[in-house]
Every structure is written in C-alpha cells, then in structure tokens.
Design a protein around this ligand. Sequence first.
Ligand code: PMP
Length: 353
Amino acid sequence: MKRHNFSAGPCVLPGSVLQKASEAVINFDNGLSLLEISHRSKPFVDIMENARALALELLGLEGKGYKALFLQGGASTQFLMVALNMLEKRAGYLNTGTWSDKAIKEARIYDDIYEVASSKDANYNYIPKGYDIPSDYDYFHCTSNNTIFGTQMKEFPNAPIPMVCDMSSDIFSRQLDFSKFDIIYAGAQKNMGPAGTTLVVIKEDVLGKVSRKIPSMMDYKVHISKSSMFNTPPVFAVYTSMLTLEWLKGLGGISAIEKENEKKAQLIYSEIDLNPLFKGFATKADRSTMNATFTLANEDLKETFETMVKEAGINGLNGHRSVGGYRASMYNALTLESVGVLVDVMSELERKA
Ligand code: PMP
C-alpha cells in the first residue's frame, strides 16, 4: 500500500534521494561504502563543498559574505551556540512557541534575555506583531515556523540589529529575502535530509564581537576556518542533505517548490474551514504552510477518523501533546496527492457522520 507520510520530522524525503543514499551506503567509491571512506578523502570533501555551495545558491546568498556550515548537535545546540558567539550584553527574542522558549532558556544562561513579545498567552496559536526591537541589543532571534503549533511568520521585522532565525521547519520551502538574516540555522531532518546535521548559514562579519572565550566546537569562526571539517562531520547526513538540495535545484529551486507548498496548504486549510467536523488551531493569518494543526470538533469521532486515516495509508498525523488533535506536516517532499488522500478521508468522515 502507498504510504502518505505526514510526520513532523524526521519526515518524508524524495524517493530518488533515498534510493541514491542507500546505494552510497553499499557502494560509493570503487566498492567502498560512503560510511567507510575518510572524510578527508577527495570524494567526501567534494560532497561537503557541494552541499555548502548548494545551500547558499538555493538561498540566493552566494557572494554576499555568507558561509554555510553542516554541524552536529541538532538545532538545539544552535540555541546555545548563537548565544555564545553573539551575546555580549543583551539580546531580544520573539517567543512564538516551544522551540523559541527553549532558545531563550539556553541564552538565559548568559544573560537576562528580553522577550520582545510572546504568544504564550494563547498557547502560541498566533504570531505577535507590532513589537519594538531595541537598537542597542546584540541581536534579535526569531523562529520562522513553529512546528508544534502550526504557525509561521509571514513577515519579518526590519531589525536595526543582527537577525538570527531558527528556520528548522520551513527552510527551503518558500522564497524570502534571506539576506535580511545574519544567522540562519535549521536541523536537516525536515526539508533537507536525515537527522544528524544542522545547516548554519552565517554572515561572517557579525562574528568576533564578543569578549568571552568560546570552546572550539562551539565557535563558528573555528568551523568556518576549517571549512566545516573541524572534526569528523556526519558524513551520511551531509551526503543525503546534498542529494536533497540537488533534487530541489533540479525542480527549479525554492520558488518552484513554494508554489507546490502553497497548493498543498490551500487544499488542507480549505477542508479544515469547510468541514464542520474539524477546527483549525492556528490563527488564520499565521497558518503554517508546513504544519497544519487541527482537532476534531467532536471527540466521539476520534476512533472512526483514526481508523480511516490508517486504512488510507496515512502516517504521522498525531498532533504534539501540547496542542493535541492532529498535525499534517507537509514538507517539500510530501506530494499534493498525499494531501489529497488526507482531505478525501476528512470529507468522507463528514459524509459518514
Ligand atoms: N527548532 C524547531 C523549529 C524545531 O522544529 C525543532 C525540532 N523539531 C528544533 C528546533 C530542535 O531541533 P533538534 O531536534 O534538531 O535539536
């Protein structure tokens, strides 16, 4: 049976990428597995360089003073690295959900972080707007897409200070002026590849302004000076990310996938709005094109709906415990057809009920 994978991450990847990645595990270079060759060998150095260049190219940041790194420790390690590398006196954070909250918690180890605004009052079902960003702070941090709550920033402030953005769950999904940001980070396991590496894109000239000593593994400058090879990189995750970035480039890049992502989002949200059996969680204006969160209006239908979902080959639809209900994650590799299958199940439930 065909599976439709709505998992929030790790999640669906393009079939062609999985095929090539699995072949490389068996035989990458003259009978040797990708997992057996030195990360210092030319074939792997080429992979790393290609992945770094593709990331910048797709984001439109080539030749603009940015460097791309593939690091380890997940996006969660970036919560700490951003603070270590950028925080001298004070930083401002926009709190739009669990992941922003965690970023704030880590940065608070070093400073009494200022929350420029928060949507915690409504269990993060909206994106705060109209807040001020103090011009004498070291940086402003935001989360572009809130994976758990299904909200997404549609506009970004013109911050008078460096902008740092956690784009873990919507990087490469929509066209933005990425040059607005000084540091962008994203765990690979949504739109880019398997878990195990984190893309960090840094405008080099924002670094070197803090007085603290930074441990080598935490220091962006060290990783940049070693071309993202300061220590043994996660070779499989970097290779598979490179394949996914090549796949995206082959489709026509971010602007091409954005059109598909908009179609998918439109299909699911119109069903949520028209079908009286379902209620959307996020405020309409702030709805995410990546993660659609919704609940059943009548919990008595839970078992029937979930059985139908399972029978349709749909996987990974459960909502996060802090929201409940359901979450349809529609990352780049999920097809419009899969969203159609889910929408058919939802309308079939309405006919049955
Ligand atoms: N930020 C966002 C927006 C996320 O969705 C996640 C993970 N789902 C994280 C950070 C944490 O990522 P990791 O598990 O790679 O540390």
